[in-house]
Design a protein around this ligand. Structure first.
Ligand code: PLP
Length: 267
C-alpha cells in the first residue's frame, strides 16, 4: 500500500503590532523576520504610524472592533504556533489584546513592550504602562524590554551593565514568566543582554557591538525572531540565542546601507 504523506503545513506566527510606513520597524519588520526564519506571518495592526527614518509624524489608532476582528479572523481560521506582540499604544488596546489571548488560549507569546521609537518619539500613552504590566506580563512567555523601557517599568534609571541582572529579576517579580532585558543602549564595545526566568534561571548573552545608525526595528526584529524560533520548537534560551544571532547578522549586513536621511533599517 502506497504511503500517504501528511499534508504540508507552515509554522504560523502572528504579530499584533503597529504599522511603520517607513518599513523599518513594526509589523513590516516582523513579517520580514518571520519570512526569513521560515515561518508564515500574519498581522493584526493596532495602530498606523506615519513614519520614516527621521521620525514619527502621526499615529492613527485602528478602531478596536477592527483590531479584535483581525485577531479573531486569523486565529479562528489559520491559528498560530507563536504570537509576537509589539506596540499597544493605549490601555484599552492592551485590555483587548489580553482578552483575545485568553479567548484563543494563546501559548508562546513574545511581548515587546514598545514605548519609544528609535528616534526618541513616544509611541504609547503614559497611563498604558501600568496596564501592560497587569494585563500583558502574566500572559507572555517572554517580555523583551530595552533599557529605557525597563527603567520606565521599574520607575528608576538603569545606568550600567551591573544593573541588568537585578532589573531583569525585578521585572520577573512584576509577573512576567521570563524577561530578556536588552542592554544595547549602554555604552561599550560589547552588547550585553540578560535573560531571567521565574524558575530562577539567569543567562547573560554578549556580542560585539556593531557601529551603525541603522538600528530602526532592531527590537521588533529580535522579538519576532524569538517568536519564529519558538514556533520552530526551540526551548526559550535556544530561541533567544538564535534570535540574537539573526539580529547581529541583519545589523552587520545593514550597517553600510544608506536608506533615508535618518535611522535606517537592518538588512
Ligand atoms: N513599533 C512601531 C510601530 C514603531 O514605529 C517602532 C519604532 O519606530 C517600534 C515598534 C519600535 O522599534 P524598534 O524595534 O526600533 O525599537
Amino acid at each position: 500500500q502506497a504511503s500517504v504523506s501528511p499534508p504540508l503545513a507552515y509554522l504560523r506566527v502572528l504579530t499584533i503590532a503597529g504599522s511603520d510606513s517607513g518599513g523599518c520597524a513594526g509589523i513590516q519588520a516582523d513579517l520580514k523576520t518571520f519570512q526569513a526564519l521560515g515561518c508564515f506571518g500574519m498581522s493584526a495592526i493596532t495602530a498606523i504610524t506615519v513614519q520614516n527614518t527621521v521620525g514619527v509624524r502621526a499615529i492613527h489608532a485602528v478602531p478596536l472592533d477592527i483590531l479584535q476582528g483581525q485577531i479573531d479572523a486569523v486565529l479562528e481560521d489559520i491559528g498560530a504556533d507563536a504570537i509576537k506582540i509589539g506596540m499597544l499604544h493605549a490601555p484599552e488596546v492592551a485590555e483587548l489584546v489580553a482578552a483575545a489571548l485568553d479567548r484563543h488560549g494563546a501559548r508562546q507569546v513574545v511581548f515587546d513592550p514598545v514605548m519609544v521609537a528609535a528616534g526618541g518619539d513616544r509611541l504609547i500613552a503614559d497611563e498604558t504602562v501600568e496596564v501592560l504590566v497587569q494585563r500583558m506580563f502574566p500572559r507572555a512567555t517572554l517580555i523583551t524590554p530595552n533599557l529605557d523601557e525597563a527603567a520606565l517599568l521599574l520607575g528608576r534609571p538603569l545606568r550600567s551593565a551591573e544593573d541588568l541582572e537585578p532589573a531583569a529579576r525585578e521585572l520577573v517579580a512584576l509577573g512576567a514568566p521570563a524577561v530578556l532585558l536588552k542592554g544595547g543602549h549602554l555604552a561599550g564595545e560589547t552588547v550585553v543582554d540578560v535573560l531571567a526566568t521565574a524558575q530562577g534561571e539567569v543567562r547573560r548573552y554578549e556580542s560585539p557591538r556593531i557601529d551603525t545608525r541603522n538600528l530602526h526595528g532592531a527590537g521588533c526584529t529580535l522579538s519576532s525572531a524569538v517568536a519564529a524560533r519558538l514556533a520552530h520548537g526551540d526551548r526559550l534560551h535556544k530561541a533567544v540565542e538564535a534570535a540574537r544571532r539573526y539580529v547581529w547578522q541583519a545589523l552587520s549586513a545593514g550597517a553600510p546601507v544608506r536608506t533615508g536621511g535618518g535611522r535606517g533599517p537592518l538588512n
